[in-house]
Design a protein around this ligand. Structure first.
Ligand code: CAA
Length: 260
């Protein structure tokens, strides 16, 4: 099985997965999303020797700076809805994984990248990491679960502020607000995640799986919100505002939104 844009390294039953589009700040394009889907939907369930997974990004600058804006800049409402639904399906595979998955956040975790980190069971942030959901800058909303999971982690007041202002928060604020589990010196994100996963690997695998299922069960009633997000992301994708927002991003200028 091959995994475009991912590098896999299995050591002591822990699978380290690195997103490898460093020059695009590990922006998650459709090929990366398909790889993550195959990894969590087929490969990991078939490999019982894996007891835990670490997800990280190549380089020192970014975990992942979002969905690949250039790739979906001209998407219609229907295509946007499909993109969002595919992301939801993949991220639910991660959240519902039978083994723990930890995001080692080594830099920017923005948009779909922040949403990917939030779909993992824990987050270890390097001290220079930044988190945010900047989609409104593009005339868009988060499409990979951000409107739901951010509220789950940091509460409605802080979540709505971040979602509406597109402000980024640093690692210390993310720790204080409950978005990340630990902040470590830059470069030590993976080793801290490995230490936690090795500890968990000594526990009963059935108990580990059941804890993950039970904690996820607490949030089951939020499922309708995820559906609403898919519909709304698709709607926003079909607007002139998103066309303008994405064009302005590529041209490195401020967007001129018209509200259409
Ligand atoms: N998609 C595509 N390319 C991206 C990208 C993204 N999300 N983020 C960064 N890149 C690319 C840049 O275009 C640039 O490529 P070029 O060299 O070809 O111009 C390269 O990565 C390096 O980025 P910058 O030059 O912009 O680096 P910087 O240090 O000046 O800025 C940054 C870093 C603040 C993270 C900036 O890159 C940025 O704002 N990125 C976009 C963040 C964003 O809006 N994310 C949300 C995406 S939409 C989404 O994710 C929707 C969803 O929920 C599904």
């Amino acid at each position: 099985m091959t995994f475009e844009n991912l590098h896999l390294d299995l050591q002591d039953s822990i699978l380290l997965v690195t997103m490898t589009r460093e020059s695009a700040l590990n922006a998650i394009n459709m090929a990366t999303m398909a790889s993550l889907h195959r990894l969590f939907g087929e490969y990991i369930p078939d490999h019982e020797e894996i007891s835990g997974v670490i997800l990280t990004g190549a380089g020192q600058k970014a975990f992942a700076a979002g969905a690949d804006i250039k790739e979906f800049a001209s998407f219609s409402a229907q295509e946007g809805k499909l993109l969002s639904a595919t992301g939801h399906e993949t991220y639910f595979l991660i959240e519902k994984s039978r083994i723990p998955v930890i995001a080692a956040v080594n830099g920017y975790a923005l948009g779909g990248g922040c949403e990917l980190a939030m779909a993992c069971h824990m987050r270890i942030a390097g001290e220079h990491a930044n988190f945010g959901q900047p989609e409104v800058n593009l005339g868009l909303i988060p499409g990979y679960g951000g409107t739901q999971r951010l509220v789950q982690y940091i509460g409605k007041a802080k979540a709505i502020e971040l979602l509406l202002t597109a402000d980024m928060i640093n690692a210390e604020d993310a720790l204080r607000w409950g978005l990340v589990n630990h902040v470590v010196p830059s470069g030590e994100e993976v080793s801290k995640a490995r230490e936690i996963l090795l500890k968990i690997s000594t526990k009963g695998p059935v108990a580990v799986r059941k804890v993950i299922e039970a904690v996820n069960a607490y949030f089951t009633e939020a499922t309708d919100g995820f559906h609403f997000e898919v519909e709304s992301f698709g709607y926003a994708c079909g607007t002139q505002d998103f066309r303008e927002g994405a064009k302005a991003f590529v041209e490195k200028r401020k967007p001129a939104f018209t509200g259409h």
